[in-house]
Write a protein that binds this ligand. Structure first.
Ligand code: COA
Length: 183
């Protein structure tokens, strides 16, 4: 597996639009009436396909960045992050330390179930881009929301040193995770 991918910001071109619209990071929708085995993954895929490029343009003032990487078979991974003004009070952010929201991370199905190295690479790439965008800061707090049923995503977070601060549950599925990122 080649993890030395060429990452770049997604562009509002027909090529990138089509690639995002067809990105597959979860199992296909089951036949009519059947529930998806992981609807939270289906929602992430739908966001990537339908909204992420437009949302990124809309959140330019928050420096939202949508980064993509191709392999020989097309779009291989997607990450996005953006500045955040505030996060839940449970997460300790010292005064003056910027907060970055990891908006989304997803790898194409062909790179899933491979032990996680590819997903780790995508996350590290995202963290490097955050450092690059926050040149004036030696310390950045990276936060992200993960559905408490999304086990692969929580495993990815844990492997890479993120900590769960506000757990999700049946009523409010999105838990808050954070990482102190130092230059
Ligand atoms: C989050 C993500 C990047 C993590 O990737 P990863 O670390 O490579 O982890 P995997 O997706 O391979 O999942 C790990 C485990 O989940 C289970 N799993 C994954 N896909 C599965 C499938 N299609 N069927 C059954 N089990 C599956 C397996 O137990 C797998 O472990 P294994 O590698 O020992 O088989 C990836 O799961 C992903 O792109 N998910 C879809 C988008 C998403 O939900 N993003 C997070 C919120 S933004």
């Amino acid at each position: 597996m080649n993890t030395l991918l060429d990452w770049r910001p997604a562009a509002d071109t027909q090529g990138d639009r089509l690639a995002l619209q067809n990105f597959e990071c979860t199992t296909p929708k089951p036949s009519y009436g059947e529930p998806h085995p992981r609807p939270w993954e289906w929602d992430v895929q739908a966001d990537i396909r339908q909204r992420l490029l437009k949302d990124t343009a809309r959140h330019a003032q928050r420096d939202q960045r949508l980064l993509i990487a191709d392999d020989d078979d097309g779009l291989a991974a997607v990450v996005a992050h953006a500045q955040m003004k505030e996060c839940p009070s449970e997460i300790n952010v010292p005064p003056g330390v910027p907060i970055r929201l990891l908006v989304v991370i997803a790898v194409a199905n062909r790179h899933r179930r491979n032990g996680g190295a590819f997903a780790d690479h995508a996350l590290v790439e995202c963290l490097y881009d955050i450092l690059d965008r926050e040149q004036g800061s030696d310390h950045i707090v990276v936060v992200t929301k993960i559905d408490f049923r999304n086990l692969p995503s929580m495993a990815l977070a844990q492997r890479n040193g993120l900590e769960l601060e506000v757990p999700g549950d049946e009523n409010d599925p999105l838990g808050w995770w954070y990482l102190n990122l130092y230059r």
